[in-house]
Design a binder for this molecule. Structure first.
Ligand code: UT7
Length: 323
């Protein structure tokens, strides 16, 4: 049986940085409120004409350079996004072409903030089954285009960005001490569809839309489901909370991250946090955070890394990696 080894991660953030003070000039909010209630200080916002595929390609190039992998080695491209360039084809097709990848499959996965975990799960399963050998898994979003910029309850929370990961199938044993993706677990509960959604958009409604959210409900479910899914992953691998070296959670709100840390009895010193400087980039938060921790040397070979996210749907899940 093949196992997916992480060869490297990469990132891309748009150049323009928007601070809380800048937002406070447009909506009735303040830096103090945003920092206290969310931990967010600033976010990156894509330039006019800068699309999800552009962000994705830049992140992918960075990941491929880090991994030492050339385009002709890649036979699977999955882009997790809720802000595709067009309704169809998949943004992944555009990314595949731009990177001059000429074989294998390219498709999008749509699970909003849980999108990267979903995409990783699909890629890992395809690699395990021998349907792909070298996969490029990307989370890329331009949420700034689907926000109601007059709604202070949501517009302050999100940013744009992309992160990417290169995976390769190797014969690497099956025990939980061997490097690679140990497991992925994904879940949905569509009864919560209306808690976090875009009220239109490409597709069957035929109207443009913006993001709507019941913040408190999302918050409560995020803490419970993300923590639970990590516990499930540990049990599945005969590991315990003490075995976790790094938690890399979806970055929506520092208070959600702190609550999960308390529930899992993990110090914030073992949690990778980027929400302060990048806000919530939906499917991109986890690969962006992994790239930061990879680049600054926090992630060491053999570390046990737990990933978890929850987003609209609700959709959520976890992954355990041996770095
Ligand atoms: O990736 C998944 C997607 N999203 C999330 O995970 C977000 C989950 N939810 C949250 O992070 C939090 O619920 C929010 C940050 C969205 C809101 O924080 P909260 O502590 O739940 O605040 P709240 O909605 O209960 O609002 C408290 C007060 C309200 O005023 P009143 O009714 O008490 O007078 C709001 O109108 O804060 C007000 N408020 C603001 N004030 C200043 C809401 N947004 C703002 C704002 N600036 N931006």
């Amino acid at each position: 049986m093949q196992r997916s080894l992480v060869l490297g991660c990469g990132a891309y953030l748009p150049e323009r940085v928007v601070t809380n003070d800048e937002l406070a000039q447009k909506v009735d909010t303040s830096d103090e409120w945003i920092v206290k209630r969310t931990g967010i200080r600033e976010r990156h916002i894509a330039a006019e004409g800068e699309l999800t595929s552009h962000l994705a390609v830049n992140a992918a190039r960075d990941a491929m350079a880090r991994a030492g992998v050339a385009a002709d080695e890649i036979d699977l491209v999955i882009v997790a996004t809720s802000t595709p360039d067009n309704t169809f084809p998949a943004t992944a097709a555009r990314v595949q072409a731009a990177l001059e990848i000429r074989r294998g499959a390219a498709f999008d996965v749509q699970a909003v903030c849980a999108g990267f975990i979903y995409a990783l799960s699909v890629a890992d399963n395809m690699i395990r089954l021998g349907q792909a050998k070298t996969a490029l898994v990307i989370g890329a979003e331009v949420f700034s285009r689907i926000l109601d910029w007059d709604d202070r309850g949501t517009c302050i929370l999100f940013g744009d960005g992309a992160g990417a990961m290169v995976l390769r199938g190797v014969e690497n044993g099956t025990d939980n001490a061997a490097r690679g993706v140990l497991s992925t677990h994904i879940y949905s509960d569509g009864r919560y569809y209306d808690m976090l959604y875009v009220d239109g958009g490409p597709g069957s409604t035929g109207t443009a839309g913006v993001l709507r959210m019941e913040g408190k409900e999302v918050f409560r479910h995020a803490v419970n489901r993300m923590a639970e899914s990590i516990e499930t992953a540990l049990t599945h691998n005969n590991l315990t909370l003490d075995d976790i070296d790094w938690l890399v959670p979806h970055q929506a709100n520092i208070r959600i991250i702190e609550s999960i840390g308390r529930r899992l009895r993990l110090s914030l010193d073992n949690v990778v946090v980027t929400v302060d400087m990048q806000a919530n980039t939906s499917a991109a938060t986890i690969p962006l955070a992994l790239t930061q921790a990879q680049n600054d040397g926090r992630l060491k070979s053999g570390n046990l890394v737990a990933l978890s996210a929850l987003g609209g749907g609700f959709s959520w899940g976890s992954a355990l990696l041996r770095w």
